[in-house]
Design a protein around this ligand. Structure first.
Ligand SMILES: [Zn+2]
Length: 68
């Protein structure tokens, strides 16, 4: 899959790495939920800015027009 950002908006680098956020910081689909998905982050290799985040399988999440 093509990455969603080609150039870091902060430092201009085009080198990126991928990191995963898990455990207590998992993304859940209810406010009190405790089981969830790891968040995948696209990180600039040069300055460390997180330029995009992605959650796998968004099927169970509430529509933002209702839930926000
Ligand atoms: Zn950068």
């Amino acid at each position: 899959m093509k990455i969603p950002v080609q150039r870091c908006p902060w430092c201009g680098s085009t080198e990126f790495v991928v990191g995963y956020q898990g455990y207590e910081a998992m993304m859940t689909y209810t406010p009190g939920g405790f089981t969830g998905k790891k968040i995948k982050h696209l990180i600039c290799k040069n300055c460390g800015i997180v330029v995009a985040s992605q959650v796998a399988n968004t099927a169970k999440y509430a529509d933002a027009r209702r839930a926000w």
